[in-house]
Design a protein around this ligand. Structure first.
Ligand code: MTE
Ligand code: MO
Length: 372
């Protein structure tokens, strides 16, 4: 069993798949803290978790002709200036189960918990690439990452990002060796992973073994044959993966974490909580909440760290305390967020449904009963 050596996990996690391990924290735990504690940070593995020895670990940095190749130990990485950033990581499949409810899709049944926030620390990718002699010349180039996790045929997890993002010091792309002040937990990429703020989780390659600058995107399955969006009209007979760009920056997202769907709440006053985040460093400027399915709206209070313009890498938590309208027996609670480009979430799943169930960011809806 290639999974026999996987680490022990926190019992509070809701497991979507055991081998490979995929799990999310329950919603009420997710927004208990602005920074998600490591043991309940959502986990998305495609393969068994490698067991890497820090003493013998090496990161191979391979450049195009004219550049140096580097083989870096952990100690070598510690010599680069240590950079720390709070970043929210979201899987492209977050909230996929809502797409499934509309129409069947292929993929893991994530609820709204395939998203978490941590304080990451490590070397900046641009500093490491500069050491190898890189300059931003070919803007068409890509930085490819390879994990040290692999399937029985020896194929490793891989992904890539555009070189321009990798070389931009303001983009804060990290080769991270710390998560919330601790060495990375095994499930989250020990000893080194990529963190690409504002970009889909799939590009944050864990157990990083190799970084290379290439003229083309990564040839990995997960770059070319997955993690792409399509029209609702496209099915598995007609899909052409080459016709769509790989997902990089994610669209604006929000969800309700309390109360939970199907719960019963007290009459009088109700407290509604959730998270909101947008890709590409776009800050959340507002979250609107409705108690009547979207007929009338109230503005929620935003908590958590104020985000810098164009570098809003982390989520905002939000809450609303509202009187329950007298005589109501049930509430249809809805939330939707607005980012600083005034991007909004679509009101239903139908127009954004796609065969892989990615980019699921329709208004989030929760139905609760009210005690008389
Ligand atoms: N890196 C490797 N090497 N192997 C993987 O399976 N999964 C990716 C990404 N990096 C993956 C990986 C996906 S799809 C996501 S959403 C994030 O890791 C999840 O990171 P987490 O498990 O730390 O939450
Ligand atoms: Mo993912």
């Amino acid at each position: 069993d290639p999974y026999a050596d996987d680490p022990v996990r926190h019992p509070a996690l809701k497991v979507n798949s055991q081998r490979p391990f995929n799990a999310e924290p329950p919603p009420e735990l997710l927004t208990e803290n602005y920074i998600t504690p490591n043991p309940i940070f959502f986990t998305r593995n495609h393969l068994p978790v490698p067991n890497l020895k820090p003493e013998t670990y090496r990161l191979h940095v391979v450049g195009p002709p004219g550049c140096q190749s580097l083989s870096l130990s952990l100690d070598d990485l510690y010599q680069f200036p240590k950079h720390e950033v709070t970043v929210t990581l979201q899987c492209a499949g977050n909230r996929r189960s809502e797409m499934t409810q509309f129409k069947e899709v292929k993929g893991l049944e994530w609820n709204a918990g395939a998203i978490s926030t941590a304080r990451w620390a490590g070397a900046r990718l641009c500093d490491v690439l500069a050491k190898a002699g890189h300059q931003l010349r070919e803007t068409e180039a890509h930085v490819c990452f390879e994990g040290l996790d692999s399937d029985p045929t020896g194929t490793a997890y891989g992904a890539s990002i555009p070189l321009a993002r990798a070389m931009d010091p303001e983009a804060d792309v990290l080769l991270a060796y710390e998560m919330n002040g601790q060495p990375l937990p095994r499930d989250h990429g020990f000893p080194v992973r990529v963190v690409v703020p504002g970009v889909v989780g799939a590009r944050h390659v864990k157990w990083l073994g190799k970084v290379s600058v290439e003229p083309e995107e990564s040839y990995s399955h997960w770059q070319r044959r997955d993690y792409k969006g399509f029209s609702p009209s496209v099915d598995w007979d007609t899909v052409d993966f080459d016709s769509a760009p790989s997902i990089q920056e994610l669209p604006v997202q929000s969800a309700i974490t309390e109360p939970k769907d199907g719960e019963t709440v007290q009459s009088g006053e109700v407290t509604i909580k959730g998270y909101a985040w947008s890709g590409g460093g776009r800050a959340i400027v507002r979250v609107d909440v409705s108690l009547d399915g979207g007929l009338t709206w109230q503005v929620a209070e935003l908590d958590g760290e104020e985000q810098r313009p164009r570098k809003a890498w982390a989520w905002r938590l939000w809450q609303l305390q509202a009187p329950v309208p007298a005589g109501k027996k049930e509430l249809n609670i809805v939330c939707k967020a607005v980012d600083d480009s005034y991007n909004v979430q679509p009101d239903t799943v139908a127009p954004i449904w796609n065969l892989r169930g990615v980019l699921s960011n329709a208004w989030h809806r929760v139905h609760v009963r009210v005690t008389p």
